[in-house]
Design a protein around this ligand. Structure first.
Ligand SMILES: Cc1cc2nc3c(=O)[nH]c(=O)nc-3n(C[C@H](O)[C@H](O)[C@H](O)COP(=O)(O)OP(=O)(O)OC[C@H]3O[C@@H](n4cnc5c(N)ncnc54)[C@H](O)[C@@H]3O)c2cc1C
Length: 414
């Protein structure tokens, strides 16, 4: 355990990664001052349920109750943004005027939604979805919305499309790219996903540009380059950008995220760490630096930094990237990182309701996407984490689950 000075640890951002840092600090025996500045008025909460269930009860998404922080002497300052960092004086300044010293600073500021650059985006009834307050507003609007237009066929848009459909709305997803989830999943998995969305009545328009949103007091229609869609609720999710302005203004190296080393320290100032959506980090599963937007990444990075500050020896961040998305009754899970040039092979394990897409680079398994097949996803994570090589021939007529069992029976690692 380290012997902290009174300056202690300041965490900027009370989200998934910030929570992981402070809970790990205390679990690892750190007993110095710990302060979290959280711009939002809510205790740290989970974002995934916001688009999967459109929750209207804040308490149900809180990561832990308020007593957790009180019992561990973690000072959570809600609704107080950090507006400046002085790395020379080692202080942060907040919107309320507080100036707080730090021994270690952790930036966990997350990402923000890219704004929708079309006329009418400011009309009533047009929503982005990132925060609990956004979800509360959308949840209320869904109760009466009949014509829902989702702009952006990414994870959040597709999840929300299913929620809106389940509540009886007519739902159209408008996507500018030629296909859904174009950066995130292989074209093979996209085809299956699209078919399943359409099967439950979600209309999908790919290769379609939104030109304007129209209405007088509130939204009435969405004008696209392929026609006009009636709308009484519009939700858009057209990508996110890291919240790295604070770091940039403080003179820290930033390039689409705060640039950190393998121990997640700023490459400019080793007393400053960055974790979660805002951090661009070296990852052994990526080619160079990468910025990931996922709960496992935020949690694992927060854990690593919390342990490090509490006195554990520095170890490189090496967690396997993985992700999930629940779209109605479809569970998509991704292990590893794929690039578009990888070779992709499919398996269904004999069931039409499930699918696995195995991505190979130089005949080595690098990523696996599964639909409604959690066991295969887990097998993929185990094999990729163990760096147990799998080539395409290993999977001919087989699955990772079967391969793992066969290797175990033969006493082979993996
Ligand atoms: C609707 C939705 C659904 C998602 N679903 C999934 C999913 O199914 N699976 C998955 O793996 N991931 C999912 N994600 C992504 C996942 O939630 C994020 O990757 C994760 O929350 C990142 O954690 P973070 O702490 O880096 O950022 P966040 O959780 O976004 O927290 C950052 C916090 O910092 C605050 N902040 C920013 N600047 C300041 C400042 N200057 N001062 C004080 N506070 C500041 C922000 O207000 C925010 O509350 C989803 C995200 C969204 C929005």
């Amino acid at each position: 355990m380290s012997s902290p000075s009174t300056a202690g640890v300041v965490v900027v951002g009370g989200g998934q990664a910030g929570f992981s840092v402070v809970s790990t600090l205390r679990a690892s025996g750190y007993d110095g001052p710990v302060t979290v500045f959280a711009a939002e008025p809510h205790l740290p909460y989970q974002r995934p349920p916001l688009s999967k269930k459109a929750h209207t009860d804040p308490v149900r998404v809180e990561l832990v109750p308020e007593s957790f922080y009180r019992e561990r002497n973690i000072d959570v300052r809600l609704g107080d943004d950090v507006i400046a960092v002085d790395t020379a004086a080692r202080t942060v300044t907040t919107a309320s005027g507080a100036r707080v010293p730090y021994e270690h600073l952790v930036l966990a500021t997350g990402a923000h939604n890219r704004p929708l650059p079309v006329p009418g985006a400011e009309l009533d009834g047009v929503h982005a979805l990132r925060s609990l307050d956004d979800a509360l507003a959308i949840g209320g609007a869904l109760a009466t919305a009949r014509e829902v237009v989702v702009i952006g066929g990414g994870f959040i848009g597709l999840e929300l499309a299913q929620v809106a459909r389940a509540r009886g709305g007519r739902v159209t997803v408008v996507e500018l790219a030629g296909r859904l989830l174009s950066r995130a999943v292989s074209s093979q998995v996209e085809e299956h996903l699209r078919e399943r969305h359409e099967r439950v009545g979600v209309r999908i328009l790919t290769g379609t540009a939104v030109r304007a949103i129209e209405g007088t007091e509130r939204v009435r229609r969405v004008v696209t380059d392929r026609g006009v869609l009636p709308a009484d609720l519009v939700v858009y999710g057209i990508g996110a950008a890291p919240r790295d302005e604070l770091a940039r203004d403080a003179g820290l190296a930033v390039d689409d995220g705060v640039i950190v080393d393998e121990q997640l320290r700023s490459i400019t100032d080793p007393r400053v760490f960055a974790v979660g959506d805002c951090a661009r980090h070296p990852n052994p599963y990526a080619d160079g630096l990468v910025r990931l937007e996922s709960v496992p990444n935020a949690t694992d990075q927060g854990t690593l930094v919390g342990r490090r500050i509490a006195g554990s020896p520095g170890v490189p961040y090496a967690s396997l990237p993985w992700f999930w998305s629940d779209q109605g009754d479809i569970k998509l899970q991704i292990a590893g990182l794929r690039v578009s040039s990888d070779d992709v092979y499919l398996a269904t394990g004999g069931s039409p309701e499930r699918l696995a897409a195995y991505a190979f680079r130089d005949d080595r398994l690098v990523a696996v996407e599964t639909l409604n097949w959690p066991a295969e996803h887990l097998a993929a994570r185990r094999l990729l984490e163990q760096d147990a090589p799998v080539c395409a021939a290993d999977l001919t007529g087989s699955t990772l689950g079967a391969l793992t069992r066969a290797r175990r029976a033969a006493g082979v690692r993996g």
